[in-house]
Design a protein around this ligand. Structure first.
Ligand code: ZN
Length: 74
């Protein structure tokens, strides 16, 4: 018996919507993480997303993580 389904780490549906046009608010690199804070969306690259994740998750109403794409295109 084989299975092709792979559970995601956080259980979220992987729906990619960030593009090369979306840039990290901290360094300008391509954004892979989007967090909604106080009604506005903040974008972060994988590096800064991880760096600020702990603080952001405490205040963010939504958390969108596409860093899985990084390993796919490695
Ligand atoms: Zn960055």
């Amino acid at each position: 018996m084989t299975t092709l389904s792979t559970p995601t780490e956080n259980g979220a549906v992987l729906e990619y919507r960030l593009t090369a046009m979306d840039r990290c608010d901290s360094c300008g690199a391509q954004a892979y993480i989007a967090a909604e804070v106080n009604g506005s969306e903040l974008l972060f690259c994988a590096h800064h997303g991880r760096k600020y994740e702990e603080k952001l998750r405490a205040v963010a109403t939504t958390w969108h993580d596409e860093t899985a794409r990084l390993s796919e295109t490695d």
